[in-house]
Design a protein around this ligand. Structure first.
Ligand SMILES: Cc1ncc(C[n+]2csc(CCOP(=O)(O)OP(=O)(O)O)c2C)c(N)n1
Length: 285
């Protein structure tokens, strides 16, 4: 069985001391160890951003993609080999700004992917611009007099958009975070785990103290995650009360299960010796 040490590369992530990303990385490794998964059965795909550096630190298969395109890359990988466990990683800018179109369409297809969004409500890598999840009034170099936009609500979008596992975790509550990653990976279908992650350098508003005063656990209120309307109501809570845990779960067949060409045999295991590529190419002219 793999250990946390065996999952760790020599690459030390270049994150600021105190960055919430360190804890999320630790929880991800712990989730893999607890499931007894073999590293060569796992692919970690990321976009660009501080969060996007994660695959460099993990001794699994990895693909550090381009900004906002982690989900299409993961979709391609999943369709090529749906025996792989695929974890997709991005920041809130990567996922909910430039990557928003892919986010919506990947959810409705219900590909079997686990999407971890490190949501620090700011652009970290590019040194602190306002993000789509930044709260109203948030002052940065890009909104010096305060953001006048309503922040996106990823949880509500995911429930409405067809994701079949929708959760919010808080980086400080490590055991719950690890368990949600495990549950998301075990879930058959698209799992979003939006993870509240502290950016110690560029977000001086949404600090751990700010969150500690607002978060509460859905499980403490006997929330029923199979009730879509109730999940949506909970998703609309925000500001002064921030629910944590599993909002919504649904059982629905995945894209891979429905696609006739790959549903029985993964593409990578299909014989290609007698495929005439030239004839195929010529048919396009
Ligand atoms: C096409 C393109 N546009 C813009 C950028 C610049 N860029 C890199 S990362 C980033 C946003 C980072 O914020 P986020 O996704 O929230 O991740 P974080 O660094 O906070 O983890 C931007 C705008 C880019 N690399 N590529």
């Amino acid at each position: 069985m793999v250990t946390t040490a065996e999952l760790t590369t020599e690459e030390k992530p270049e994150w600021c001391p105190g960055c919430g990303n360190f804890i999320i990385l630790k929880a991800l490794k712990e989730a893999i160890v607890q499931q007894g998964l073999e590293p060569h059965r796992i692919l970690i795909v990321s976009g660009i951003g501080q969060a996007g550096k994660t695959p460099q630190s993990m001794r699994t298969f990895g693909y550090h993609g381009i900004h906002g395109r982690a989900l299409p890359i993961a979709t391609g990988a999943r369709l090529a080999n749906h025996t792989l466990k695929i974890i997709v990683i991005g920041g809130d800018g990567d996922a909910y700004a430039i990557g928003m179109g892919h986010f919506i369409h990947t959810m409705r297809r219900n590909l079997d992917l686990t999407y971890l969004v490190h949501n620090n409500q700011v652009y970290g890598l590019t040194k602190g611009q306002t993000a789509p999840t930044s709260i109203k009034g948030f002052k940065t170099k890009s909104t010096p007099t305060g953001s006048i936009e309503e922040p996106v609500n990823p949880i509500a979008l995911a429930i409405a958009g067809g994701a079949t596992f929708v959760a919010r975790a808080y980086y400080k509550q490590t055991d719950d975070l690890t368990q949600l990653i495990i549950d998301g990976m075990q879930h058959k279908g698209f799992a979003l785990i939006d993870i509240i992650q502290y950016c110690i350098t560029f977000n001086k508003v949404n600090t751990p103290t700010w969150y500690d005063q607002r978060v509460y656990k859905l499980a403490d209120e006997q929330h029923d995650p199979t009730n879509k309307i109730r999940a949506f109501e909970k998703a609309l809570e925000g500001g002064e009360r921030i629910p944590l845990g599993l909002f919504y779960r649904e059982s629905r067949s995945t894209y891979e299960d429905e696609l006739p060409q790959i549903k029985d045999v993964p593409l990578v295991h299909q014989p290609i010796d007698d495929v005439n590529i030239n004839a195929l190419i010529e048919s396009f002219f």
